[in-house]
Design a protein around this ligand. Structure first.
Ligand code: AMP
Length: 180
């Protein structure tokens, strides 16, 4: 990862205590997104997860999870010459979907993917801002596999190490630009 990307993550991701509820420290990436050099650098670092050692693209699709995953995955897809696919919360996609429900700390969430968004055999990179418990990534991988695609890796800006998301995602290779 470049010095610019490292410095951007240190300086431009802000901790917001007790948001959206007491006890949560929210990682606010909006200052990073507003800085062209910083955004460019982290998109390049995330895109490397979809390339081999010679720099060739090894994925067909880049999936971004609602909502901040969209912002990062779309430019990563363009950088890789791959397609972008959104994974959305329940009820937001207009055509026939696959759906996966998973447990949150309190309650349950459902994510959906258009059934024709990924063709059987396509190789897919997952992109999001933060890996916390890993529930979002595990559900997204299931959606990709429901289409017959293969999730080949996940790339995030930040891994919250104390929540053990890395263990939850099992054998899916993880690229985390930063661990906190
Ligand atoms: P999880 O499914 O627990 O790994 O949570 C990951 C999802 O929740 C990602 O889409 C993140 O955007 C969001 N998320 C979880 N914890 C945080 C946090 N502390 N700050 C910002 N976003 C978070």
């Amino acid at each position: 990862m470049s010095v610019v990307a490292r410095e951007a993550l240190d300086r431009l991701v802000l901790d917001v205590p007790d948001y959206p509820e007491p006890g949560i420290v929210f990682k606010d990436i909006t200052p990073l997104l507003a800085d062209h050099d910083a955004f460019t650098a982290v998109v390049g670092a995330l895109a490397a997860a979809g390339q081999d050692s010679s720099g060739a693209t090894v994925v067909d699709k880049v999936v971004g999870m609602e909502a901040r995953g969209f912002i990062l995955a779309a430019p990563v897809a363009l950088a890789l010459g791959a397609g972008f696919v959104p994974v959305r919360k329940a009820g937001k996609l207009p055509r026939v979907t696959h759906a996966v429900s998973y447990a949150l700390e309190y309650g349950e969430a459902t994510l959906e993917l258009h059934r024709d968004a990924i063709a059987p055999g396509e190789r897919v990179l997952l992109v999001d801002d933060v890996l916390a418990t890993g529930g979002t990534v595990v559900a997204t991988r299931q959606l990709v596999e429901s289409c017959g695609g293969e999730a080949v890796g996940v790339a995030v800006l930040m891994e919250l190490g104390f929540l053990s998301g890395r263990e939850a995602i099992g054998d899916l290779p993880l690229t985390a630009l930063m661990t906190v």
